[in-house]
Design a protein around this ligand. Sequence first.
Ligand SMILES: [Zn+2]
Length: 58
Amino acid sequence: MDDDGIAMRPAIQEPPVEEGGDPACWASLLCPNCGAVPESQSATVCQRCGEPYPADDE
Ligand SMILES: [Zn+2]
């Protein structure tokens, strides 16, 4: 066999994974209405649909 695993490489761009980051925390930052990712963590309303993000006071 001639299968060393480099011949057929899928051209899929995966999002960078931030080590130490918790993906679960991002879920709470998504727009509760349309699920859009906020442009920044300081965003208070969804830039797509205008839905206000829930307050995340600790
Ligand atoms: Zn939205």
